[in-house]
Design a protein around this ligand. Structure first.
Ligand code: GDG
Length: 472
């Protein structure tokens, strides 16, 4: 088959001894099965941006540096100060500037140049995430006619929110230049369909014929999963390691765990407040539970992130100041990353997993927590109804993260849940994981895009959309 070009902001160039990152795990099966070229930013800044190519087996990795201005405008600016908050329903946090938008378009054009030089007519292109929305448009402008797919890892908000984004009317319709646009959930896909109906007047069901007979953009849902069986095995081994056993020995009662990048979408302050309500309502459970929150820093150059770091520190300090005794501290807040293996063991050692984002595309921590459990004596997952994972995980304790009393109540319920109910819920959740293992994810997307066949294949819940003439 033709080559698969993967384009994402960061590229996981394989280097000995490094733990694979999220996208690399998701794309592992694709990288193994196809000849892939993975292209994106090197993670380096330089005045004279270089492009370097690495090879590993039959795959190659093409990484380009960014200039300091590109990094500020494209990455910190438009991607993370405009698209990230708005797509997570936080219009109040968006800081739009025309300069950042033009930096964003410039970097997309730069990636399009690099790609155009390398593409052969039968290659397929798979673009990842919000950093690269206009990439297909930039490629089409350069005459590229290959099949191009796009997958959005984060949520897509309703049109009422999207339409408040300056320049949405050129940026969002630019998705019409892809052949396939994939989302994490049906809700996100429906929001996109509603946006197109509202802003462009396409019929809401969108099963139209191709306008010019050449190309149609289709919409599909491809929820990201994890490598379930492998993660389960890793957790079983890791729970016996010294690190995990030491953690368990150092706390008087059960372990409750949260693992999130330090990001406002993850709802860490609201979660701490909910825990505070729980502690206040359940003095009988004090020193029966210790909440370990592992939170590696992210995007610290953006003001909202550094402010949040301070408020989370203060909240954790307040809870410990109020409730600690000489033998017990209710919160252990850790601001550094741990290895994937250590995380797997800690999930397994925990009686409760607390995953309460205010909004999340999917949330893989919820899936990892479930995969890690011992099926004979499983822990309980408390999950925000606003995480994409909630659409597959109806058997978790689903909560509204904006309601601290409800989340606090769910912690109490999880702590007291009888073994047979824990087993029943866990069996349902584990079955949902197996139904949607990451090993098949890449293929589902590529097959729908039509890689390796003359025509894109029909899949369930796939809709056609034809960009009306005149969309810029
Ligand atoms: C985006 C979307 C969507 C966390 N701390 C450590 C660590 N992690 C790992 C977790 C998990 C991953 O990072 C986080 O994934 P999430 O899915 O929770 O969130 P985002 O990073 O925001 O990812 C999200 C995802 O894309 C995939 O499509 O699910 O909705 O926002 O795997 O385990 N890993 C290690 N040390 C840590 O301290 N090694």
């Amino acid at each position: 088959m033709a080559r698969v070009f993967i384009i994402s902001n960061r590229v996981a160039v394989p280097k000995a001894g490094l733990q694979p990152g999220g996208l690399e795990v998701a794309l592992k099966a694709t990288l193994k099965k196809h000849t892939c070229v993975w292209l994106g930013w090197s993670g380096e800044l330089s005045d004279l941006p270089r492009t370097q190519t690495f090879t590993a087996g039959r795959n190659s990795y093409v990484v380009t540096d960014l200039g300091a201005e590109d990094f500020e405008e494209y990455y910190n600016g438009f991607a993370n100060r405009v698209l990230w908050p708005i797509f997570h329903y936080r219009l109040d946090l968006a800081e739009f500037s025309r300069r950042d938008l033009s930096g964003y378009l410039r970097v997309n054009n730069q990636f399009a140049e690099e790609l155009t030089k390398r593409l052969r007519p039968d290659d397929v292109v798979w673009v990842h995430d919000y950093h690269l929305i206009p990439l297909a448009k930039a490629l089409r402008e350069r005459g590229v006619r290959n099949r191009i797919g796009f997958f959005l890892h984060i949520p897509l908000p309703p049109p009422e929110i999207l339409a408040a984004m300056p320049n949405h009317d050129t940026l969002i319709p630019a998705l019409g230049d892809y052949d396939l646009v994939g989302f994490q959930t049906d809700g996100d896909a429906a929001n996109f369909a509603r946006y197109l109906a509202r802003e462009l007047g396409t019929p809401a069901h969108m099963s139209m014929r191709l306008g010019d007979g050449e190309r149609a953009m289709r919409i599909g849902t491809f929820p990201v999963g994890i490598e379930t069986a492998e993660f389960h095995r890793m957790a079983g081994r890791s729970v016996r390691t010294q690190l995990v056993q030491q953690v368990l020995k150092s706390i008087p009662g059960a372990l409750m765990i949260g693992v999130d990048r330090l990001d406002y979408s993850k709802g860490i302050p609201a979660r701490l407040e909910a825990y505070e309500r729980f502690l206040s309502a359940h003095p009988e459970l004090h020193d029966k539970i210790t909440y370990l929150q592992i939170t590696p820093k992210s995007r610290s150059q953006i003001k909202e992130y550094s402010e949040m770091a301070e408020s989370v520190n203060a909240l954790a300090g307040r809870i410990n100041g109020t409730y600690s005794s000489v033998t017990w501290a209710p919160v252990r807040y850790v601001n550094r990353p741990y290895s994937r293996t250590a995380l797997a063991g800690l999930y397994r050692a925990a009686k409760v997993g607390l995953v309460t984002p205010m909004r999340d595309g999917m949330n893989l921590v919820a899936k990892e927590f479930v995969a890690a459990q011992d099926e004979e004596d499983p822990g309980v997952l408390i999950l925000s109804r606003f995480a994409g994972a909630a659409s597959e995980f109806g058997s978790a304790l689903l909560v509204n993260p904006y309601d601290p009393d409800a989340v606090g109540g769910a912690i109490a319920r999880a702590m007291m849940m009888p073994l047979d109910e824990r087993r029943r819920r866990h069996a349902d959740l584990y079955a949902a994981l197996l139904r949607n293992d990451i090993a098949d994810w890449g293929d589902k997307f590529l097959v729908a895009l039509g890689a390796g066949s003359d025509k894109p294949r029909a899949i369930d819940a796939l809709q056609d959309f034809v960009p009306p003439a005149g969309i810029a």
